[in-house]
Design a protein. Structure first.
Length: 492
């Protein structure tokens, strides 16, 4: 059935302020980018953080837009039908649902939110569901998956149009359950439309995105929306109560399944040990004790394993299926990814880009080191500046040598970003400042001895370095591999 403007107007519901006329016009496509408008498309003018789509309405109409939707303002005198909405982001989500025939109604969803651990938890849960025979989709930071097919991810949670297009493809491919990382930006912008989750996971909350959220309370309340606005009536919140914000969230919600080391946890870790080869975890669930070996390193990864485990158990996945998937888990690109072998320098590449995440990684690795611990890190430009010295403090606490470098300086001067980091370093820690990230990685590896450990933090899976508004090809993994090859040659 060909949809008309009337169908899209109806999809907006109470968000639509105007009862426009002449809505029996067929719609060929939907976009919020005026540059992509084709004849017969409906154009949605979004007011963004850095630009106002209403400036491009005239351009969109000139390119053949059959109608325009825009945020509440004075009604516009246009040669095509238009209507105002009270919330443009939310309206775009509903319009996208209409355009792609409500694909979310044909799927089950598990959403994961929190500052750290979302990606590892999502990959773990995906593997558990697959092991239980479910055909899954994945939406997250590293990439999107439709069954076995991978699609490059531009952002953790897609835009409303991208999201609904992905979900429609998943339905067509026979996917039954979607595991989805849900960012605070997506929750604040309400990118999910009317999508509802059957399970919602809270991993933890720490200082991040304070360039976007004015306070930690605002950050928390935004994350909380997943559980208060985007859950089915029978949906299950799964909450980490080892985290202070998680305990607060669990107190605010009814029917939550909790996990952690606390005695009150429903899925409780009794004991865990960790080496550079993985972790052994013993936990209880509904009176039954289980032990499993995870190839993931570090106490924070025990929390990620338990987040996925508790969610799967709450979704009634058998415990033996959970254990089998956890023990066979192949890891996540750029998350505690290890290079090097016996009697060589050990290199760990991780996405840690907050002080809390860096603290977690380094505190987990340091007790397992046979030699020195060297960390290479930087901080992103055009982002929360307050975390820059805090990341240096975390690096100082655990490292024998700190190498400060660039990490997506964006529009900022890389040296100025490093200048914000350095005051956080302890006067007792050895450090080097090398602007060029390639040189920083190569230098750290070249001066490492056998059994020293190097943590390269910040980029993880990312394959670019963003400088001056341009993304240049760059991979920490590739640079580390090249440096390791040179190290091996030098030791022959």
């Amino acid at each position: 059935m060909t949809k008309t403007l009337q169908h899209y107007h109806d999809a907006c519901g109470r968000l639509a302020i105007d009862r426009s006329v002449g809505l029996d016009v067929p719609v060929a496509g939907l976009t919020n980018d005026s540059r992509l408008v084709k004849p017969g498309d409906l154009f949605v003018a979004i007011v963004g953080a850095s630009d106002d789509g209403r400036k491009y309405i005239t351009d969109a109409v000139a390119q053949g837009a059959c109608g325009v939707v825009h945020k509440a303002d004075a009604a516009l005198d246009l040669p095509v039908p238009s209507w105002r909405v009270s919330d443009d982001y939310m309206a775009l989500g509903r319009l996208a649902e209409c355009h792609y025939d409500q694909p979310a109604l044909k799927l089950r969803f598990a959403g994961i939110t929190g500052t750290n651990g979302k990606t590892t938890t999502a990959f773990l849960l995906r593997d558990i569901l697959r092991n239980a025979g479910q055909r899954t989709g994945l939406i997250g930071t590293v990439h999107y998956e439709i069954g076995e097919r991978e699609i490059t991810a531009d952002r953790t949670t897609p835009t409303p149009l991208e999201l609904q297009a992905l979900l429609a493809e998943m339905v067509a491919a026979g996917v039954g359950t979607v595991v989805m990382e849900v960012s605070s930006h997506a929750l604040w912008q309400r990118r999910m439309g009317t999508l509802l989750f059957d399970a919602g996971v809270f991993t933890n909350l720490s200082l991040d995105h304070l360039d976007y959220h004015p306070t930690m309370d605002d950050y928390f309340e935004t994350k909380k929306r997943l559980f208060t606005e985007y859950m089915t009536d029978s949906g299950t919140p799964v909450i980490n109560i080892d985290d202070a914000w998680g305990r607060r969230l669990a107190d605010d919600l009814s029917g939550a399944v909790t996990f952690g080391t606390a005695d009150a946890a429903d899925c409780r870790v009794i004991e865990h040990t960790s080496t550079l080869r993985g972790s052994e975890v013993t936990y209880t669930w509904q009176g039954v004790t289980q032990t499993m070996h995870s190839p993931l390193v570090g106490h924070f990864n025990v929390s990620n394993v338990m987040a996925a485990t508790a969610t799967a158990l709450a979704l009634e996945i058998p415990a033996d299926r959970v254990t089998a998937a956890v023990e066979a888990f192949g890891g996540v690109p750029g998350r505690m990814q290890s290079l090097g072998g016996a009697d060589e320098v050990n290199i760990i590449i991780d996405y840690a880009h907050t002080d809390d995440a860096l603290e977690n990684v380094l505190s987990a690795v340091k007790p397992l080191c046979e030699g020195r611990l060297i960390v290479v890190f930087g901080c992103g430009g055009d982002r929360d500046r307050s975390k820059r010295p805090r990341m240096a403090e975390a690096a100082s606490r655990w490292s024998d040598l700190v190498v400060v470098t660039s990490d997506n300086p964006r529009s900022e001067d890389p040296q100025a970003v490093i200048g914000d980091i350095l005051p956080g370093l302890s006067p007792d820690v050895a450090f080097e400042s090398i602007i060029d990230r390639r040189a920083a990685i190569a230098g750290a590896v070249s001066e490492a001895g056998p059994n020293d450990t190097i943590v390269i933090a910040g980029k993880g899976h990312e394959a670019y370095q963003e400088i001056g508004g341009e993304k240049h090809p760059f991979s920490d993994v590739e640079e580390a591999q090249n440096a390791l090859a040179a190290w091996r040659t030098s030791k022959r």
